[in-house]
Structure formats: C-alpha cells, structure tokens
Design a protein around this ligand. Structure first.
Ligand code: AOF
Ligand code: ZN
Length: 344
C-alpha cells in the first residue's frame, strides 16, 4: 500500500516538469488514485493554461471514468477557488464528485488562501492538508516569495575554485566542468531573468542565454551606468530580450531596452521593473562586486555555490555564504559540487 506522502511526492515530480514555463504561477502536480492505483496524472504545463487538476482529470481513460467518484485526488497545492485565467479547480472536483482530496500546501495567493479547501469541505469532500508542507514550500519557494513579498525571488550563483577564487583577475576563467555548465544552462531555462554586473559583462563578454539545455532563454539584464560596454558586446547583440540599466544608445533595437537611472536605486528599480513585467525569478550570475553588494544589502533568497576540485592559487576571492544561511541541497556534478543555501 502506497502512502499519501508517496503520492504527494509523485505530485512534486510532476509539478517540476513545469519549471521554466509557468512562472509567476506555482509548480503544481496532481494525481488521482483509486484503491492504490493511479488512474490520472497531470501538472500545470504553461502559464495561462490548464491547472494540474484539470490535466489530471483529463488524463483518465474512458474505462476508468466511472472510478473517479470513488478516488482520492492528491495535489501539491490547494485547488483554486477563483476565476483567474482558468475556472476554479474546486468546481471541477465537485462536478466530478471526487470524494477525497489530499493537499500539501495551502495556496498563499489571497484570492485562494484556504477558500478552496473550505469550499470542498462545505460540499462534503474529505480534505487533508499540510502533508509534506516543507517540501512543497521548497518546491514553490519562488511563488511563495512572489506572493508574500511581492517581488522576484533572487538566486545568487557563483562558481569557485577549491581554494575559494571566482577566477583570475581581469580575465575570463573557466571554473566549472562541461556537465556543470549544462546544469547552469538548465537553471537559466528555469528562471525569468538573469543578471551580471558591468565588470563581468566587460571581462567575460557573456552571452547569458541558454544554449546547452532545452527550453527558453531568460531575459538578460546588465548594469551599464557608465556606458562602458562596447557595441560589440554579446549583451548588446539584440539576439535575446535584454534590459540594460544605463543610458539609452542610438540605433535600432528590437529586443533591447535601456533604463536610465542612478546607482543608488538600481536594485530596487530593477526588482520593480521585473515585477511590473511579471518576472518572478532572478538569477544573479556575478561577478564579485555584484555578489558582494547584493549579499551585503540582503538582496538574496538563495545561493547556488558551485565548487570545483581544482585550485587556482590566486585571483578574485569568492564571496562567503552569509552566517545564518541554511544548506538545503548538496550534490556532485562530475568534478563540481553544488551547494544550495537558503536564507533562514
Ligand atoms: C491550482 N492548480 O495547477 C495552479 C494553481 O490565472 P490562473 O487561472 O492560472 O490562476 C493562477 C493562480 O492559481 C496562481 O496564482 C495560484 O494561486 C493558483 N495556481 N492552482 O488549483 C494549479 N497552478
Ligand atoms: Zn486551479
């Protein structure tokens, strides 16, 4: 007999398939179970499209349809009760006469916030909520931040040598191995925006797009207050949606937008613009000055530190993970080790 937790873990796995496609919505998975047998599965696949519960019910084959009123629906997030871009999932559950619903997280969205569960209970559905809550919250950490703090979730990422250097001074230095680079491109495909500081833009001339994994490239963002980036910089190639926080440049731009501003309000200004543009996840890929500044000012939710086994001997010192951060995940990727830290 499988446990409710194992079905919810299956929901989390399904939910993850939506990464990079549903933001600023949450990652949600749903599983329909009849007498310990899964008869339906679904997840939220694309922003603005069907919710997990809808896809789950749709996946039930004709011969299993009659079992639906005798089944249990497992959902990683509380079914919604509001009319958003799609109708309420609660109405579907009631229409299909599903008698039991097991949920991990209550939806923090004020338009739902427990009302979905309440409506189900009021209609006589047996509801269990709060199972594997911590895991569900971790899965949807960006969504929770977006809703409760009304700003994008900020991930700081850097790669460092065994002896704690980001690279050699003034030159592009490859730290991570090819497998790790591919994972970084996957991370890029999963966020809504990616940022580097001016020095990194100048020294590394990064493309900041996703070339090594499936899926989209995020919005590129760079600070260029002093207009130091040469016209030949990859970030000014207009190939991908790009925001430059610096004086406008002449020329024809289709995908590149300029935001004049002062240094002081830059971060707040950037976060505000991202919010206006419905972008709920920002990946900050360095360099040293940017990372130090964002850490010092507390502008971060998560740190992804990649450690290579090679030593450099000298170079630009990597930042330190702030005291109080909690190690959430750690794993090896070939010769690199990834550490994921969260703010406590
Ligand atoms: C669910 N199942 O799979 C998801 C939910 O604009 P809409 O209609 O897509 O609604 C978005 C809101 O619905 C989102 O902010 C969150 O509160 C909830 N997401 N709810 O029942 C799902 N993705
Ligand atoms: Zn819904």
């Amino acid at each position: 007999m499988s446990t409710p937790e194992s079905y919810l873990r299956r929901c989390f796995d399904l939910a993850r398939l939506g990464a990079g496609r549903v933001s600023p919505n949450p990652l949600v998975g749903a599983v329909l179970v009849h007498e310990d047998r899964i008869i339906g599965e679904g997840w939220h696949q694309r922003y603005g499209e069907a919710h997990a519960e809808v896809n789950c019910v749709r996946s039930v084959t004709p011969e299993n349809q009659a079992l639906i009123p005798y089944s249990t629906l497992y959902c990683s997030l509380e079914p919604c009760s509001h009319f958003g871009k799609t109708p309420p999932c609660v109405d579907l559950i009631l229409a299909k006469k599903i008698p039991r619903v097991v949920v991990s997280n209550v939806d923090p969205n004020p338009q739902v916030a427990g009302q979905g569960l309440e409506k189900l209970r009021a209609a006589g559905v047996e509801v269990t909520a709060g199972l594997l809550e911590e895991e569900g919250r971790w899965l949807n950490r960006a969504f929770f931040t977006w809703i409760t703090q009304q700003r994008p979730y900020i991930i700081l990422k850097w790669a460092q040598s065994r002896d704690g250097y980001l690279g050699r001074v003034g030159e592009r230095t490859a730290i991570s191995g090819p497998a790790m680079q591919r994972l970084v491109h996957r991370w890029r495909s999963e966020v809504d925006a990616i940022l580097v500081g001016t020095t990194t833009a100048l020294v590394d001339n990064p493309r900041l797009d996703n070339r090594l994994f499936f899926g989209k490239s995020p919005l590129r963002v760079a600070f260029d207050v002093g207009e130091r980036l040469p016209d030949s910089a990859h970030l000014l190639d207009d190939s991908v949606l790009t925001w430059i926080f610096g004086p406008p440049r002449s020329g024809q731009w289709e995908r590149t937008k300029f935001f004049p501003g002062t240094d002081k309000i830059l971060i707040v200004n950037l976060l505000e613009q991202l919010k206006i543009d419905n972008r709920a996840m920002l990946l900050v890929e360095g360099g040293s000055q940017v990372l130090h500044q964002w850490i010092k000012e507390g502008w971060w939710d998560e740190i992804r530190m990649v450690k290579n086994e090679r030593s450099l001997g000298e170079g630009v010192a990597a930042p330190r993970v702030p005291v109080g951060a909690v190690l959430q995940e750690s794993y090896s990727v070939s010769r690199d080790v990834v550490e994921i830290w969260a703010k406590q």
